[in-house]
Design a protein around this ligand. Structure first.
Ligand code: ZN
Length: 316
């Protein structure tokens, strides 16, 4: 690196500060997000609608879509959606199980914040992150759209418009599911180790982008992990299964740091880095495929039947 002076140094510092923010919310780079969606799309089983199996290009394009919503030129959008990409699970270890609805989660966090004296703002919803909530909300949109598709087919009505909606929801869903397979999107250790550090892991703010963007773009392609993704399974409790998926991701946070410390993500990387990263990408594709499949199957159940089993429901 060349020595830098004066204004160059200041602008470098500003860029670094800006990129610290970017790195927090990205969640796999463009390539990783496209890969996760593409591999899932190519594995859609024949019992699902043919228009969706043919939408591989659209589903792939939509993988990085929410990362296109982060420009300061659309401030309200940027501000509203940034916490959707992560959840710091260590901050909610006291809240088990997590409540199923976004606003119940907010209430629990504000109650916790009110009784906390040290760093109380760490419990603000936007600091903790809302990853499982946005995921379940889009899953719900997809299921509702599949239900509409079934109704229109039964009524011999045109299905083109609802097919477009389904492709959009399915692709959009893929973004957050992929973020959830990236361990650094589930942790306070999202970009440099914080707190006690007996193993001397990096505290620099570069590990997040190095792993999910630079390393993946230079070393991984879809063929490296497509064979790790199996036919989909129906999820009996999508929210609980999704939380378990995030917790599994969180258990692997330290592996990311250990691989980085050994230089595994630098240049062509190490065999360990390759194995770890391909399995994480495959976990993302598998969960996405399972959620698509579950939304499709569950959309055949009349909502009145499903609503009859829902607890604590209320409406205005
Ligand atoms: Zn993201």
């Amino acid at each position: 690196m060349k020595p830098v002076t004066g204004s160059k140094l200041i602008s470098s510092a500003l860029i670094a500060l800006f990129c610290l923010q970017c790195a927090y919310v990205f969640g796999w780079g463009n390539e990783g997000h496209e890969y996760v969606n593409r591999v899932a799309a190519e594995k859609i089983p024949v019992e699902m609608p043919r228009f969706l199996r043919r939408a591989v290009a659209e589903l792939t394009y939509l993988g990085p879509e929410p990362d296109r919503w982060r420009s300061p030129s659309e401030y309200a959008l940027k501000n509203a959606q940034e916490p959707d990409h992560y959840i710091d699970l260590e901050r909610v270890a006291w809240l088990d199980p997590l409540p199923p609805g976004r606003y119940e989660f907010y209430r629990k966090l504000y109650e916790k914040r009110a009784t906390t004296t040290d760093h109380a703002d760490d419990y603000l919803p936007e600091r903790v992150g809302l990853q499982p909530y946005i995921t379940m909300e889009i899953f719900g949109r997809l299921k509702a759209a599949f239900r509409e598709y079934r109704h229109r087919r039964e009524a011999h009505q045109p299905t083109g418009p609802v097919e477009h909606a389904i492709v959009f929801y399915a692709g959009w869903l893929g973004h957050y599911v992929a973020d959830g397979s990236q361990p650094l999107h589930t942790t306070i250790q999202y970009n440099g180790w914080v707190g006690p550090n007996p193993k001397s892991y990096t505290t620099e703010h570069g590990i997040h982008a190095l792993f999910e963007s630079t390393y993946v773009a230079q070393n991984i392609s879809t063929k490296d992990f497509a064979n790790l993704v199996h036919p989909p399974e129906h999820l009996d409790d999508p929210f609980a299964d999704y939380i378990a998926y995030l917790k599994e991701s969180n258990r692997l946070v330290e592996n990311v740091y250990a691989i980085e410390k050994a230089g595994g993500f630098t240049g062509k990387g190490s065999p360990e880095a390759f194995d770890f990263t391909t399995h994480r990408l495959a976990a993302g594709s598998q969960m996405l495929l399972n959620l698509w499949y579950t939304a499709w199957l569950d959309s055949a159940v009349p909502p009145e039947t499903a609503a009859g089993t829902a607890k604590n429901s209320s409406s205005k």
